[in-house]
Design a protein around this ligand. Sequence first.
Ligand code: PLP
Length: 388
Amino acid sequence: MNITVSERLNGIGEYYFSLKLREIDELNKQGKKIINLGIGSPDLPPHPEVVKVLQEEAAKPNTHAYQNYKGSPVLRAAIAGFYKTWYSVDLNPDTEVLPLIGSKEGIMHICMTYLNTGDEVLIPNPGYPTYSSAVKLAGGKCVEYDLKEENNWEPDFDALETTDLTRVKLMWINYPEMPTGQQASVELFEKIIAFGKKHAILICHDNPYSFILNEQPISLLSAKGAKEVAIELNSLSKASNMAGWRVGMMAGAKERIDEVLRFKSNMDSGMFLPVQLAAAKALSLGKDWYHELNTVYAERRKYVFEILEKLGCSYDKSQAGMFVWAKTGADYKDGYALSDEVLYNKNVFLTPGGIFGSNGNKYVRVSLCAKKEVLQEALERITSSNPS
Ligand SMILES: Cc1ncc(COP(=O)(O)O)c(C=O)c1O
Protein backbone atom coordinates (compact mmCIF):
# COMPACT_ATOMS: atom_id res chain seq x y z
CA MET A 1 0.00 0.00 0.00
CA ASN A 2 1.37 3.39 -0.93
CA ILE A 3 0.87 5.70 2.01
CA THR A 4 2.00 9.25 1.42
CA VAL A 5 2.44 11.98 3.97
CA SER A 6 0.82 15.36 3.56
CA GLU A 7 2.45 18.00 1.38
CA ARG A 8 2.75 20.17 4.45
CA LEU A 9 5.55 17.86 5.61
CA ASN A 10 7.58 18.57 2.45
CA GLY A 11 10.84 20.16 3.52
CA ILE A 12 10.27 19.28 7.18
CA GLY A 13 12.89 16.78 8.27
CA GLU A 14 13.17 14.95 11.53
CA TYR A 15 14.42 17.35 14.18
CA TYR A 16 18.26 17.49 14.12
CA PHE A 17 18.65 16.37 17.73
CA SER A 18 16.29 13.45 17.30
CA LEU A 19 18.55 12.16 14.47
CA LYS A 20 21.77 12.95 16.29
CA LEU A 21 20.64 11.28 19.51
CA ARG A 22 20.03 8.10 17.49
CA GLU A 23 23.58 8.25 16.17
CA ILE A 24 24.91 8.81 19.68
CA ASP A 25 22.85 5.81 20.89
CA GLU A 26 24.44 3.68 18.16
CA LEU A 27 27.93 4.82 19.19
CA ASN A 28 27.11 4.00 22.81
CA LYS A 29 25.93 0.53 21.78
CA GLN A 30 29.36 0.05 20.19
CA GLY A 31 30.81 0.66 23.66
CA LYS A 32 31.70 4.35 23.33
CA LYS A 33 30.56 6.39 26.28
CA ILE A 34 29.68 9.62 24.55
CA ILE A 35 29.48 12.72 26.74
CA ASN A 36 26.60 14.67 25.27
CA LEU A 37 27.04 18.42 25.66
CA GLY A 38 24.47 19.08 22.96
CA ILE A 39 21.03 19.52 24.41
CA GLY A 40 19.74 22.19 26.82
CA SER A 41 17.69 19.94 29.05
CA PRO A 42 18.37 20.81 32.71
CA ASP A 43 19.78 17.88 34.66
CA LEU A 44 18.98 19.48 38.03
CA PRO A 45 15.63 18.80 39.77
CA PRO A 46 12.90 21.38 40.41
CA HIS A 47 12.60 22.92 43.86
CA PRO A 48 11.43 20.25 46.42
CA GLU A 49 8.35 22.33 47.28
CA VAL A 50 7.31 22.16 43.63
CA VAL A 51 7.55 18.38 43.61
CA LYS A 52 5.65 18.27 46.90
CA VAL A 53 2.73 20.23 45.45
CA LEU A 54 2.58 17.81 42.52
CA GLN A 55 2.61 14.80 44.84
CA GLU A 56 0.01 16.15 47.24
CA GLU A 57 -2.33 17.38 44.53
CA ALA A 58 -2.02 14.18 42.49
CA ALA A 59 -2.98 12.15 45.60
CA LYS A 60 -6.33 13.96 45.88
CA PRO A 61 -9.36 12.34 44.26
CA ASN A 62 -10.69 15.51 42.67
CA THR A 63 -7.76 16.75 40.58
CA HIS A 64 -7.97 14.38 37.62
CA ALA A 65 -10.67 15.82 35.42
CA TYR A 66 -10.30 17.83 32.22
CA GLN A 67 -9.22 21.35 32.97
CA ASN A 68 -10.23 24.78 31.80
CA TYR A 69 -8.77 25.63 28.35
CA LYS A 70 -7.49 28.93 29.71
CA GLY A 71 -5.62 27.24 32.55
CA SER A 72 -6.22 27.21 36.29
CA PRO A 73 -6.86 30.64 37.86
CA VAL A 74 -4.10 29.79 40.37
CA LEU A 75 -1.53 29.37 37.60
CA ARG A 76 -2.75 32.41 35.69
CA ALA A 77 -2.44 34.54 38.84
CA ALA A 78 1.06 33.12 39.43
CA ILE A 79 2.09 34.02 35.86
CA ALA A 80 0.85 37.58 36.29
CA GLY A 81 2.64 37.79 39.66
CA PHE A 82 5.86 36.50 38.13
CA TYR A 83 5.74 39.09 35.32
CA LYS A 84 5.12 41.86 37.85
CA THR A 85 7.85 40.76 40.28
CA TRP A 86 10.64 40.10 37.81
CA TYR A 87 9.89 42.18 34.74
CA SER A 88 7.71 45.00 36.20
CA VAL A 89 5.07 44.14 33.60
CA ASP A 90 1.36 44.39 34.47
CA LEU A 91 -0.75 41.57 33.09
CA ASN A 92 -4.40 40.90 33.76
CA PRO A 93 -4.42 37.26 34.96
CA ASP A 94 -7.92 36.69 33.55
CA THR A 95 -7.32 37.99 30.06
CA GLU A 96 -3.64 38.59 29.27
CA VAL A 97 -1.97 35.27 30.06
CA LEU A 98 -2.33 31.78 28.63
CA PRO A 99 -0.62 28.72 30.15
CA LEU A 100 0.91 26.47 27.50
CA ILE A 101 2.14 22.90 27.30
CA GLY A 102 5.69 24.23 26.83
CA SER A 103 6.63 27.23 24.74
CA LYS A 104 7.44 25.02 21.74
CA GLU A 105 3.73 24.31 21.28
CA GLY A 106 3.09 28.05 21.61
CA ILE A 107 5.36 28.69 18.62
CA MET A 108 3.27 26.32 16.53
CA HIS A 109 -0.04 27.70 17.82
CA ILE A 110 0.96 31.26 17.03
CA CYS A 111 1.96 30.32 13.49
CA MET A 112 -1.30 28.39 12.98
CA THR A 113 -3.33 31.27 14.39
CA TYR A 114 -1.92 34.03 12.21
CA LEU A 115 -0.49 32.64 8.98
CA ASN A 116 -2.19 32.16 5.66
CA THR A 117 -0.46 30.28 2.86
CA GLY A 118 2.40 32.38 1.56
CA ASP A 119 2.46 34.89 4.43
CA GLU A 120 6.04 35.79 5.24
CA VAL A 121 7.70 35.53 8.65
CA LEU A 122 11.02 37.02 9.73
CA ILE A 123 13.17 34.33 11.35
CA PRO A 124 16.56 34.88 13.05
CA ASN A 125 19.66 33.33 11.47
CA PRO A 126 21.04 31.81 13.65
CA GLY A 127 18.01 30.90 15.75
CA TYR A 128 15.94 28.13 17.30
CA PRO A 129 15.05 25.74 14.43
CA THR A 130 11.44 25.34 15.59
CA TYR A 131 10.56 28.84 14.32
CA SER A 132 11.16 27.86 10.72
CA SER A 133 9.53 24.43 10.95
CA ALA A 134 6.42 25.90 12.62
CA VAL A 135 6.16 28.61 9.95
CA LYS A 136 6.48 26.04 7.16
CA LEU A 137 3.98 23.65 8.77
CA ALA A 138 1.50 26.50 9.01
CA GLY A 139 1.94 27.27 5.29
CA GLY A 140 3.99 30.42 5.78
CA LYS A 141 7.24 31.42 4.12
CA CYS A 142 10.41 31.99 6.16
CA VAL A 143 12.43 35.10 5.45
CA GLU A 144 15.68 34.92 7.37
CA TYR A 145 17.16 38.03 8.93
CA ASP A 146 20.85 38.06 9.74
CA LEU A 147 22.26 38.15 13.23
CA LYS A 148 26.00 38.71 13.12
CA GLU A 149 28.68 38.93 15.74
CA GLU A 150 29.93 42.28 14.39
CA ASN A 151 26.43 43.67 14.99
CA ASN A 152 26.20 42.15 18.52
CA TRP A 153 23.81 39.53 17.17
CA GLU A 154 21.13 42.21 16.82
CA PRO A 155 18.91 42.59 13.74
CA ASP A 156 20.26 45.06 11.20
CA PHE A 157 17.21 47.31 10.89
CA ASP A 158 18.77 49.43 8.11
CA ALA A 159 19.22 46.31 6.01
CA LEU A 160 15.68 45.11 6.85
CA GLU A 161 14.21 48.47 5.81
CA THR A 162 15.66 48.05 2.32
CA THR A 163 13.72 44.79 1.81
CA ASP A 164 10.09 44.36 0.78
CA LEU A 165 8.20 43.81 4.03
CA THR A 166 4.70 44.07 2.65
CA ARG A 167 3.94 40.36 2.99
CA VAL A 168 5.61 39.97 6.39
CA LYS A 169 3.07 39.19 9.10
CA LEU A 170 5.17 37.95 12.03
CA MET A 171 8.72 38.36 13.28
CA TRP A 172 10.31 35.88 15.71
CA ILE A 173 12.86 37.26 18.14
CA ASN A 174 14.51 35.59 21.14
CA TYR A 175 16.67 37.35 23.76
CA PRO A 176 18.76 36.18 25.54
CA GLU A 177 19.29 34.73 22.10
CA MET A 178 19.68 31.01 21.57
CA PRO A 179 22.25 29.98 20.36
CA THR A 180 24.38 33.15 20.59
CA GLY A 181 23.74 34.04 24.26
CA GLN A 182 23.29 37.70 23.32
CA GLN A 183 21.19 39.72 25.75
CA ALA A 184 18.76 42.42 24.76
CA SER A 185 18.93 46.02 25.88
CA VAL A 186 15.86 48.16 26.52
CA GLU A 187 16.89 50.20 23.45
CA LEU A 188 16.90 47.10 21.26
CA PHE A 189 13.41 46.16 22.42
CA GLU A 190 12.18 49.70 21.78
CA LYS A 191 13.59 49.59 18.25
CA ILE A 192 11.91 46.24 17.61
CA ILE A 193 8.56 47.53 18.85
CA ALA A 194 8.87 50.63 16.64
CA PHE A 195 9.76 48.40 13.68
CA GLY A 196 6.71 46.19 14.32
CA LYS A 197 4.42 49.19 14.56
CA LYS A 198 5.80 50.85 11.43
CA HIS A 199 5.30 47.75 9.28
CA ALA A 200 2.27 46.21 11.05
CA ILE A 201 4.25 43.10 11.96
CA LEU A 202 3.30 41.07 15.03
CA ILE A 203 6.50 40.68 17.07
CA CYS A 204 6.71 37.30 18.78
CA HIS A 205 9.31 37.20 21.52
CA ASP A 206 10.45 33.86 22.87
CA ASN A 207 11.96 34.43 26.31
CA PRO A 208 12.87 31.11 28.01
CA TYR A 209 16.44 32.01 29.01
CA SER A 210 16.05 35.32 30.84
CA PHE A 211 16.98 33.89 34.25
CA ILE A 212 20.03 31.86 33.31
CA LEU A 213 23.37 33.57 33.90
CA ASN A 214 21.69 36.90 33.35
CA GLU A 215 21.70 39.59 36.02
CA GLN A 216 18.81 41.53 34.55
CA PRO A 217 15.86 39.51 33.28
CA ILE A 218 13.87 41.61 30.85
CA SER A 219 10.58 41.16 29.01
CA LEU A 220 9.74 42.66 25.64
CA LEU A 221 6.37 43.57 27.16
CA SER A 222 8.13 46.10 29.41
CA ALA A 223 8.87 48.25 26.35
CA LYS A 224 6.43 51.14 25.93
CA GLY A 225 3.39 50.25 23.80
CA ALA A 226 4.59 46.65 23.42
CA LYS A 227 1.21 45.00 23.95
CA GLU A 228 -0.14 46.77 20.85
CA VAL A 229 2.19 44.86 18.61
CA ALA A 230 3.96 42.11 20.54
CA ILE A 231 3.36 38.85 22.36
CA GLU A 232 5.78 36.92 24.52
CA LEU A 233 6.36 33.25 25.26
CA ASN A 234 8.03 32.11 28.43
CA SER A 235 8.81 28.73 29.90
CA LEU A 236 9.41 26.80 33.09
CA SER A 237 11.65 24.35 31.24
CA LYS A 238 14.93 26.13 31.81
CA ALA A 239 14.84 28.36 34.90
CA SER A 240 12.59 26.06 36.95
CA ASN A 241 14.30 22.81 35.85
CA MET A 242 10.96 21.51 34.59
CA ALA A 243 11.64 20.74 30.93
CA GLY A 244 9.88 17.37 31.05
CA TRP A 245 6.81 18.79 32.77
CA ARG A 246 5.89 20.81 29.70
CA VAL A 247 4.76 24.11 31.13
CA GLY A 248 5.09 27.43 29.37
CA MET A 249 3.03 30.56 28.90
CA MET A 250 2.02 33.23 26.49
CA ALA A 251 1.52 36.82 27.57
CA GLY A 252 0.05 39.68 25.59
CA ALA A 253 -3.05 41.74 24.85
CA LYS A 254 -6.45 40.11 25.48
CA GLU A 255 -7.22 40.03 21.75
CA ARG A 256 -4.04 38.04 20.99
CA ILE A 257 -4.71 35.59 23.84
CA ASP A 258 -8.27 35.04 22.57
CA GLU A 259 -7.06 34.53 19.01
CA VAL A 260 -4.43 31.94 19.96
CA LEU A 261 -6.89 30.24 22.33
CA ARG A 262 -9.32 29.83 19.42
CA PHE A 263 -6.73 27.58 17.78
CA LYS A 264 -5.28 25.98 20.90
CA SER A 265 -8.62 24.98 22.44
CA ASN A 266 -9.13 22.78 19.38
CA MET A 267 -5.77 21.07 19.89
CA ASP A 268 -5.63 20.01 23.54
CA SER A 269 -7.93 19.74 26.50
CA GLY A 270 -6.01 21.58 29.17
CA MET A 271 -3.18 20.59 31.45
CA PHE A 272 -3.15 18.20 34.44
CA LEU A 273 -4.21 20.34 37.42
CA PRO A 274 -1.45 19.14 39.83
CA VAL A 275 1.14 20.15 37.21
CA GLN A 276 -0.44 23.59 36.95
CA LEU A 277 -0.50 24.06 40.72
CA ALA A 278 3.10 22.93 41.05
CA ALA A 279 4.06 25.30 38.23
CA ALA A 280 2.38 28.13 40.15
CA LYS A 281 4.58 27.24 43.11
CA ALA A 282 7.69 27.30 40.90
CA LEU A 283 6.81 30.75 39.60
CA SER A 284 6.54 32.08 43.14
CA LEU A 285 10.10 31.09 44.12
CA GLY A 286 12.34 33.93 45.21
CA LYS A 287 15.81 35.22 44.43
CA ASP A 288 17.54 32.38 46.31
CA TRP A 289 16.32 29.80 43.83
CA TYR A 290 17.75 31.64 40.82
CA HIS A 291 20.93 32.47 42.71
CA GLU A 292 21.60 28.81 43.56
CA LEU A 293 20.87 27.74 40.03
CA ASN A 294 23.20 30.32 38.54
CA THR A 295 25.98 29.48 40.99
CA VAL A 296 25.94 25.94 39.60
CA TYR A 297 25.85 27.10 35.97
CA ALA A 298 28.62 29.66 36.55
CA GLU A 299 30.90 26.99 37.97
CA ARG A 300 30.15 24.62 35.10
CA ARG A 301 30.78 27.39 32.61
CA LYS A 302 34.40 27.71 33.76
CA TYR A 303 35.05 24.13 32.59
CA VAL A 304 33.27 24.79 29.32
CA PHE A 305 35.45 27.88 28.76
CA GLU A 306 38.51 25.66 29.34
CA ILE A 307 37.24 23.03 26.90
CA LEU A 308 36.72 25.72 24.28
CA GLU A 309 40.17 27.17 24.84
CA LYS A 310 41.73 23.73 24.36
CA LEU A 311 39.83 23.49 21.09
CA GLY A 312 41.16 26.87 19.93
CA CYS A 313 37.74 28.57 20.02
CA SER A 314 37.01 32.16 20.97
CA TYR A 315 33.92 33.27 22.88
CA ASP A 316 32.28 36.18 24.66
CA LYS A 317 32.40 35.75 28.44
CA SER A 318 29.33 37.88 29.07
CA GLN A 319 26.80 35.74 27.24
CA ALA A 320 23.57 34.57 28.97
CA GLY A 321 21.57 31.35 28.82
CA MET A 322 22.45 27.73 29.40
CA PHE A 323 24.97 27.34 26.58
CA VAL A 324 28.29 28.76 25.55
CA TRP A 325 28.50 29.88 21.93
CA ALA A 326 32.00 29.93 20.53
CA LYS A 327 33.76 30.60 17.25
CA THR A 328 36.00 27.89 15.88
CA GLY A 329 39.66 28.70 15.31
CA ALA A 330 41.77 28.28 12.19
CA ASP A 331 42.26 24.53 12.76
CA TYR A 332 38.73 23.70 11.69
CA LYS A 333 36.87 24.56 8.51
CA ASP A 334 33.67 25.14 10.50
CA GLY A 335 31.67 24.03 13.53
CA TYR A 336 30.55 20.82 11.82
CA ALA A 337 34.20 19.77 11.30
CA LEU A 338 35.02 20.50 14.94
CA SER A 339 31.90 18.73 16.20
CA ASP A 340 32.64 15.61 14.11
CA GLU A 341 36.29 15.50 15.14
CA VAL A 342 35.44 15.78 18.83
CA LEU A 343 32.58 13.26 18.58
CA TYR A 344 34.48 10.58 16.68
CA ASN A 345 37.92 11.04 18.27
CA LYS A 346 37.13 12.22 21.80
CA ASN A 347 33.63 10.83 22.38
CA VAL A 348 32.23 14.22 23.29
CA PHE A 349 29.33 15.77 21.43
CA LEU A 350 29.15 19.55 20.90
CA THR A 351 26.44 21.05 18.70
CA PRO A 352 27.62 22.48 15.38
CA GLY A 353 26.39 26.09 15.15
CA GLY A 354 25.33 25.65 11.52
CA ILE A 355 22.19 23.75 12.54
CA PHE A 356 20.82 27.09 13.78
CA GLY A 357 21.35 28.76 10.39
CA SER A 358 24.19 29.62 8.02
CA ASN A 359 25.43 32.51 10.19
CA GLY A 360 26.26 29.87 12.80
CA ASN A 361 28.50 27.82 10.50
CA LYS A 362 31.75 28.93 12.08
CA TYR A 363 30.52 28.27 15.62
CA VAL A 364 29.76 25.52 18.10
CA ARG A 365 27.33 25.53 21.03
CA VAL A 366 28.14 23.78 24.30
CA SER A 367 25.44 22.99 26.85
CA LEU A 368 25.85 23.70 30.55
CA CYS A 369 23.39 20.92 31.41
CA ALA A 370 26.06 18.48 32.56
CA LYS A 371 27.50 17.97 36.01
CA LYS A 372 30.90 19.44 36.87
CA GLU A 373 32.44 15.96 36.99
CA VAL A 374 31.16 15.20 33.50
CA LEU A 375 32.59 18.45 32.17
CA GLN A 376 35.90 17.66 33.87
CA GLU A 377 35.93 14.28 32.15
CA ALA A 378 35.12 15.94 28.79
CA LEU A 379 38.00 18.35 29.35
CA GLU A 380 40.36 15.46 30.11
CA ARG A 381 39.29 13.59 26.99
CA ILE A 382 39.79 16.67 24.85
CA THR A 383 43.16 17.50 26.41
CA SER A 384 44.46 13.95 26.12
CA SER A 385 46.41 13.19 22.96
CA ASN A 386 45.00 9.65 22.74
CA PRO A 387 41.67 9.06 21.04
CA SER A 388 39.11 7.94 23.67
C1 PLP B 1 14.81 29.39 22.14
C2 PLP B 1 13.94 28.30 22.63
N1 PLP B 1 12.63 28.48 22.66
C3 PLP B 1 11.79 27.52 23.11
C4 PLP B 1 12.28 26.32 23.56
C5 PLP B 1 11.30 25.26 24.00
O1 PLP B 1 11.00 25.37 25.31
P1 PLP B 1 9.80 24.56 25.98
O2 PLP B 1 10.44 23.44 26.71
O3 PLP B 1 9.12 25.55 26.86
O4 PLP B 1 8.90 24.07 24.89
C6 PLP B 1 13.64 26.07 23.57
C7 PLP B 1 14.15 24.76 24.03
O5 PLP B 1 15.21 24.33 23.79
C8 PLP B 1 14.51 27.09 23.10
O6 PLP B 1 15.84 26.92 23.07
